[in-house]
Structure formats: C-alpha cells, structure tokens
Design a binder for this molecule. Structure first.
Ligand SMILES: Nc1ncnc2c1ncn2[C@@H]1O[C@H](COP(=O)(O)OP(=O)(O)O)[C@@H](O)[C@H]1O
Ligand SMILES: [Mg+2]
Length: 297
C-alpha cells in the first residue's frame, strides 16, 4: 500500500492555517506523526479518514484520490479519534459487537467470534461483561483500539492513543500496535510524546505549526542531530550564561556546578564533549533549530 499526500493545506473558517503545503509519502507498516499540540496532527488525520476536506491538495491511496473513493476507503479504514468517548450502558463486548455491525460485519456468529478475538488481543477478555463506561481509562483506550480494528481494516489511524496512559498501559499499547504492524497493514499513529516513536515506525514525520519539518526514518532523524549535541561541565556563573544562549536539554547538579546537555549548530565556547544523540535530542534539535528547513530523506 502506498499513501501519498500532495500539497495539502487546511485553513479553517476562522482563518487558522492548520496545515501548510504538506507533502508526505509512506507505505505499509507503522508511520509516526510527531509534533507538539497544535501542530496539525488531528487535522491531517481527519482529512486522511475523509471526515474533513482539505482546503487544497490531495491524498492518494494506491493512486486513488480519497475524495473520489470515499466509500471504498471507509470500508478498509479503522479510526481511533483523539477524543474517543462513549456514553453507553452497553457491556464491553456489546459495544464492540455494535462497532462490528457498523463496520459491516453482518454475520452475527462470525462477528461474535471476532469480538472475542479482539477483546483477547487488547487484553479485555476478562472484562467483556463489564459496562463499557465503567472501564478504567487505559481499558477504555484499548476498547477504542479494538473498535478501530474490527473488520480487519488495512489502514489504521490512531490519534494520540497514549495520552493520559500510565507507563504500563503505554507499553502495552505500543506492543499491540507493533504486533499489528507486522501484518500487512498501514498504521498511522500520532503523538506528542517522543518516546512513542520507536524503531517499529518505518517512517515518521515531524510536524510543527502545520509544517513538515522532517520526514524519513527515526534513524535518519537521529542522524541529522549527530555532532549537534554536547555535554558541558559548568560553574554556576557559566551555567547562567549558557542557559540564555543555548537550548539546554538536561541539567544535572554536580559537585563543581552543573553538567548540562545542549543542542547547538556550532561547537560551544566551553569545554565540551560531543554526545551521541538519541531521539529526544533529535526532536529538540529539529524543533529549535530547523524550524524552516524541510529535510526529506
Ligand atoms: N475546528 C477548528 N476550527 C479552527 N481551528 C482549529 C480547528 N481544529 C483545530 N484548529 C486549529 O488548527 C491547529 C492544528 O490543530 P490540530 O490539528 O488539532 O493539532 P494537533 O492535533 O497536532 O494538536 C491549531 O492551531 C488548532 O487550534
Ligand atoms: Mg490532536
């Protein structure tokens, strides 16, 4: 499967320019959309799932314009919106059964088998008879993913599924998604949490204020930060000056003052050691330094 996004813009009626000339291309597997709040992630996802029209530009799935093939696309799509909520007195399994019916699974017996298979997959089989709105936050989110998965969608769009989850739940969620990505599906995952972008993402884009500031593999993102991350040992006096001049990533108090990590385009004027960047470093580097340079790998 190939998804292409060409020259996409979204200007809301109030004038908010939420997406600016977005160009992206990715295939089967997991694609991570990373960016701070307001970057335009949800807007982009709503356009991809055809719940909203772009102001200009097109999205192609296997060469087909999604606007012209809405029905066909909808039938192969699973979507977990950012604000997924349910106000229902249905039991967990009933809710999923209902979602399955909406997704077009007409055979009741097959649907029930599918419901229990999915409940098992997301670890909710034990609570299948509990009222859905009485599940814990993490469980509700997992029911949300199950709801997006019913009917074997080939494209799965999940908008900030890990927000508000505790670390255990987050790991669990990531595992569910990475297992899924081993099948022949395309998963588009948005997040504002750098740690959610893992090596399971074949591709990713960094979005900031409606613009793509990076697209490529997570490894490439990190590579671009190489040589731009430094560790400095500073006195209190030096620290005060560095703080104002550089992007400080971390600060640790040590006996002689401070040990800080910074990102910088040039070698700092202090005694420094180059640090091998991780994805957090790379994120800061791009957000702070590369705001207006788009790099396509
Ligand atoms: N319905 C809307 N009307 C006007 N502006 C909107 C609407 N939805 C989102 N926005 C604005 O568009 C920008 C991108 O929002 P959004 O797509 O929700 O970003 P993200 O999901 O990355 O937080 C923000 O500035 C937001 O305020
Ligand atoms: Mg959002």
């Amino acid at each position: 499967m190939k998804i292409e996004i060409h020259g996409l813009n979204k200007i809301y009626p109030n004038g908010n320019h939420a997406l600016k000339e977005i160009n992206l291309e990715f295939g089967t597997g997991m694609f991570g959309l990373l960016g701070p709040n307001g970057a335009g992630k949800s807007s982009l996802m709503r356009i991809i799932v055809t719940l909203m029209k772009p102001t200009s530009g097109i999205v192609l799935i296997d060469g087909k314009d999604i606007q012209k093939h809405r029905k066909e696309l909808r039938s192969m799509l699973g979507y977990l919106p950012q604000d997924f909520r349910f106000f229902t007195s249905l039991k967990t399994w009933e809710f999923l059964d209902y979602s399955g019916a909406l997704a077009g699974l007409k055979n009741k017996k097959k649907r029930l088998t599918e419901v229990d298979r999915l409940l098992d997959q997301v670890g909710l089989l034990e609570v299948r008879d509990r009222q859905a709105n009485k599940l814990s936050g993490g469980m509700k989110r997992r029911l949300g993913i199950a709801q997006a998965l019913i009917g074997h969608p080939r494209i799965i769009v999940v908008d900030e599924p890990t927000t508000g989850l505790d670390p255990d739940e987050r790991i669990r969620f990531r595992n569910i998604l990475s297992q899924l990505s081993q099948h022949d599906v395309t998963i588009i995952l948005s997040t504002h949490i750098v740690g959610d972008i893992s090596s399971t993402c074949q591709g990713m884009a960094l979005l900031n204020r409606g613009e793509v500031v990076f697209s490529g593999s997570p490894e490439n993102l990190i590579r671009h930060a190489e040589g731009h991350v430094f560790k400095l040992s500073l006195t209190q006096y030096e620290y005060e000056r560095v703080k104002d001049r550089y992007n400080v990533i971390s600060t640790i108090p040590v006996e002689t003052g401070w040990e800080v990590q910074i990102v910088s385009d040039d070698l700092p004027e202090y005694n420094s050691v180059s640090v091998i960047p991780n994805i957090e470093h790379a994120y800061v580097y791009f957000m702070e330094h590369k705001l207006h340079t788009e790099i396509i790998d």
